[in-house]
Design a protein around this ligand. Structure first.
Ligand code: CA
Length: 233
């Protein structure tokens, strides 16, 4: 496959050796790769569109979390965070800031490439619109967006995939494991709490009252189910 055919990836990482290895693996896999060793350089490069960003948490000029928030102000590009911090709290915090996935150092470059492939496969669009509760929630798969009471709701790619997966099977209980597989393509360590964090974020975005949800209901001990009423086409 010619280099760059699979898409473009931005690596934001100040450790030259790690950046070099990841870049080599991704290029071998057919991606076009750009590298920034500071947050400032990354923001400059991000004026051009990328298909995915690999973001180190500890950068010389800013925190990866802050950079992730800045990226999210303008873009829903998938972000995979690299970090040496392994505590689950950090994972949840990263996801709260709009990262789609988290990889803890030291990591296997092969595994990182597999995760990137899985994320990009799942970002591919389906072409349909689903409407619920008399139009109060509309999921527009073609444009990868959701609308709540006619206003656009900004969702991360992971949140969008999760919402679409739930809404495609109203009334069906989906386990956290199944949701983890749908959004990431594999089960990862700590997926239960990660899925809960995504659902919490989703509820804040699509529910009028996140504590009394009318779309995503918790099924204790089992998982989640979508309880919206589908509108007639
Ligand atoms: Ca670093």
């Amino acid at each position: 496959m010619a280099q760059g055919e699979k898409g473009s990836i931005l690596i934001v990482e100040d450790e030259a050796k790690i950046a070099e290895i990841v870049k080599a693996y991704l290029e071998r896999d057919g991606y076009r790769v750009a590298h920034a060793d500071t947050g400032g350089k990354a923001l400059k490069l991000l004026k051009e569109p990328f298909d995915l960003v690999v973001l180190d948490l500890m950068l010389p000029d800013m925190d990866g979390e802050d950079l992730c928030q800045l990226i999210r102000e303008n873009s829903d590009v998938p972000v995979i965070m690299l970090t040496a911090k392994s505590a689950e709290e950090d994972r949840i915090q990263g996801l709260g800031l709009g990262a789609d996935d988290y990889v803890v150092k030291p990591f296997s470059p092969r595994e990182l490439v597999a995760r990137i492939n899985a994320h990009l496969r799942r970002t591919k669009k389906t072409q349909k619109t689903l409407s619920f509760n008399k139009g109060s929630l509309v999921i527009d798969a073609a444009n990868h967006e959701a609308r709540k009471n006619s206003g656009t709701v900004v969702l991360t790619p992971t949140e969008f995939r999760m919402l679409l997966a739930l809404a495609e099977s109203p009334g069906a209980v989906m386990s956290r494991q199944k949701l983890a597989n749908i959004v990431s393509g594999y089960d990862f360590e700590g997926y239960e709490r990660t899925i809960d964090a995504h659902v919490k974020n989703l509820r804040h975005k699509i529910e009028d009252d996140p504590k009394g949800p009318v779309f995503i209901k918790t099924v204790y001990g089992l998982g989640y189910k979508f309880i919206g009423t589908k509108d007639e086409d």
